[in-house]
Ligand binder design. Structure first.
Ligand SMILES: Cc1ncc(C[n+]2csc(CCOP(=O)(O)OP(=O)(O)O)c2C)c(N)n1
Ligand SMILES: CC(=O)[C@@H](O)[C@H](O)COP(=O)(O)O
Ligand SMILES: [Mg+2]
Length: 649
């Protein structure tokens, strides 16, 4: 197809792309047209489904260049965090799947081995790709396989400690490996930290454009093989203060540096990648890009360059289409500011997610009492330990799934020292569109074993405010307050409180004690109503503080015929399991059935869909409970018959 035809038939070039070989054969002019068509495609599709539009608009050229220089899947292309792999999916024949992006049964928002042989890393947690790359490169070297390993990593992900652990090993190993630093200066908000400052000094330097041209000329004019090119580049940058380009930082590590290159200039990126591919050792290609490039609403979005709209958005404005609702996050943020106004010792910590976690609200009121540590949750936790040792009460706000990687820090840096740190886990439980590595289903089990740590699971806005205050009032150990994604549940009043446990509903009959954990309080009420129609009495309780299990729960259990727990977390080691253990320890021999999330890799979908798939709906739970309690009737009926028979003999 001629360029004219391609231009005349907008989108026609994209429609010819069924695999990497189709972009390999394109001319420079066609690639520019294709890049524009991909941007139009992404805006059109993602504006209907929601997703990571900003990051993906920023990597169109880089991704095309990667697929032109390397031969996936023989060469392995890795994407750190994976939220920016939509272009990779388009190039590898999946553009038809974008109508169901991040939807149940549709395209994942991250690389997926089940979708394509071109995909490898499925984990959506940042700062891991370089470690995978180090391992892959070592494996190919040991097996004598001539295969390139290329890892795209964002400047935000580079603030994660694992990246530097990996770089240290990559440099030592010396295996051929290409690291593409996608430097757009942002995580959500502008990336923080020394490296980010170094990188941004490049963009702000008046000689920046000249540096890009000089490097591009050098790449274009020297043989792209072996080391001569690096001497030229080194000389080039020696002429320009090293502060302009972070070459020294990486080369001091023992890793060659190519760049900075304009990440939106396919030719320049290709030249740099070819040079890196031919070097025969580890090389960093520093591509400077713009998040949301080519889409004004994203480019001009100060908050996060439309990092990841959670749903459909207006193409003209970039604004979400769905009517705003009160989210759990908003309630947390509002109450945290109130607490901080009263408690000068309370400070906030975020791991590069100030707005998504609500910590930004605190920062706007108390700017000097909020710390953004970058995508560095392990550091966040132990830094919080230091803050607590210094007399403060840190509130560390992260998504539940991301605290997993800081278990050791919570256990031995915070809890062992009995430090007053409160962890607020947003997106706890089943989240939905981001799929298995984003499900915050592990915390009540994983952190439930930490001595001295207490976990609260509020059921509604009022409970969240109350339990957050209770948490920050604890001064002899860590606390967790965890709540799900989305719109906060309507307030559900208790009829009475037994110790720390709220009784939400009770009846004359005490057939079933239904322990509804956290946001499942409303589900518990609906279950009780359904089971009551079968003639059974259900006492619905909200434990509020779920780990360690409140003693009152065991006492309440003793007064019922059956105990059922239901939680938005894994069953293994969950609240139900802990309650069963507590009941055994107290010799309370009431049967208990615990409902929750199976410990597994659950697919993406909406939260409601996945919960329904797991049988965690009022209808399903009511059916289970009715079956169990009527089963006890049958047994007791059999028992009565057996007793009568025994009495006759
Ligand atoms: C361990 C971890 N913490 C937080 C996040 C949430 N998160 C997803 S993408 C992102 C920003 C990534 O910035 P960068 O690596 O620069 O990529 P960009 O979006 O700029 O392309 C963050 C913080 C995550 N995925 N993993
Ligand atoms: C890739 C990543 O980890 C985040 O961007 C995440 O997708 C945000 O999730 P929410 O949409 O729930 O804020
Ligand atoms: Mg970035």
């Amino acid at each position: 197809m001629s360029v004219e035809e391609g231009t005349a038939n907008h989108g026609r070039l994209l429609s010819t792309v069924r695999g990497p070989q189709d972009v390999k054969r394109m001319t420079a002019e066609q690639l520019d047209i294709l890049a524009a068509e991909i941007r139009d495609f992404l805006i059109a599709k993602v504006s209907r489904t929601g997703g990571h539009i900003g990051p993906n608009l920023g990597v169109v050229e880089i991704t095309l260049a990667m697929h032109r220089v390397f031969d996936s899947p023989r060469d392995r292309l890795l994407f750190d965090t994976g939220h920016q792999a939509y272009v990779h999916k388009i190039v590898t024949g999946r553009q038809d799947g974008f109508d169901k992006l991040r939807q149940r049964g549709g395209l994942s928002g991250y690389p997926s081995q089940a979708e394509s042989e071109h995909d490898l890393i499925e984990n959506s947690h940042a700062s891991t790709a370089l470690s995978y790359a180090d391992g892959l490169a070592k494996a190919y070297a040991l097996r004598g396989e001539q295969r390139s390993v290329v890892a795209m990593v964002g400047d935000g992900a580079l603030t994660g400690g694992m990246c530097w652990e990996a770089l240290n090993n990559i440099a030592t190993a010396g295996n051929p490996l290409v690291i593409v630093v996608n430097d757009n200066g942002r995580s959500y908000s502008p990336t923080i930290g020394g490296l980010a400052d170094h990188l941004s000094s490049l963009r702000l330097n008046p000689g920046y454009e000249k540096v890009l041209d000089t490097v591009k000329d050098a790449l274009g004019s020297t043989p792209l093989v072996g080391r001569p090119m690096y001497e030229v580049l080194h000389a080039v940058k020696k002429g320009i203060k090293d502060a302009v380009a972070p070459q020294a930082m990486f080369e001091d590590l023992g890793i060659k540096y190519v760049g900075p290159v304009d990440g939106h200039d396919i030719t320049a990126v290709e030249s740099a990648l070819r040079a890196a591919k031919n070097f025969g050792g580890p090389v960093i290609v520093h591509a400077v890009t713009r998040k949301g490039y080519g889409y004004r609403p994203a480019e001009e979005d100060e908050a996060d360059c439309l990092h990841g709209p959670g749903g459909a958005f207006d193409v003209e404005t970039g604004q979400l289409v769905a009517a705003p609702s009160v989210k759990w996050t908003h309630v947390f943020a509002d109450e945290l500011v109130k607490i901080a106004d009263e408690r000068p010792d309370v400070v906030g910590i975020t791991a590069a997610m100030a707005e998504p976690t609500g910590i930004a609200t605190l920062a706007r009121k108390h700017q000097h009492r909020v710390y953004d540590v970058g995508i560095a949750e392990q550091h966040a936790v132990t830094s919080a330990a230091g803050l607590a040792m210094g007399g403060l009460h840190p509130v560390v706000a992260v998504y539940a799934t991301f605290l997993n990687r800081a278990f050791d820090q919570v256990l031995l840096d915070v809890a062992m020292h009995k430090l007053p740190v409160t962890f607020v886990l947003d997106r706890a439980g089943i989240t939905g569109p981001d799929g298995p590595s984003h499900y915050g289903i592990w915390d009540m089990s994983v952190f439930g074993v930490v001595p001295g740590l207490r976990i609260a699971a509020p059921r509604d806005a009022g409970s969240l405010r109350e339990e957050l205050r209770e948490a920050v009032a604890v001064d002899d150990g860590p606390t967790i307050v965890r709540f799900p994604t989305g719109t906060v549940a309507a307030d559900l009043p208790a009829v009475r409180r037994v110790g720390a446990v709220d009784v939400l509903a009770e009846s004359a009959r005490t057939d079933v004690l239904l322990v509804a954990v956290g946001s499942f309080g409303q589900l518990g009420m609906e279950v009780a109503a359904r089971v009551a129609e079968q003639g059974y009495g259900v006492t619905v309780v909200d434990p509020r503080w779920v780990r360690p299990v409140p003693a009152e729960l065991v006492e309440l259990a003793a007064g019922h015929r059956l105990v059922v727990s239901v939680e938005d977390g894994v069953r293994v080691g969950g609240v139900g399991a802990a309650l069963a253990q507590a009941m055994r320890d107290a010799d309370v021999r009431v049967p208990l059935r615990d409902l929750g999330v199976p410990a597994d890799w659950h697919p993406h979908g909406t939260r409601a869909q996945i919960l329904a798939d797991l049988g965690l709906t009022a209808q399903d739970v009511a059916r289970d409970v009715t079956g169990w309690i009527s089963g006890l009737d049958d047994q007791s009926g059999e028992t009565v018959q057996a007793d009568e028979a025994a009495a006759k003999n």
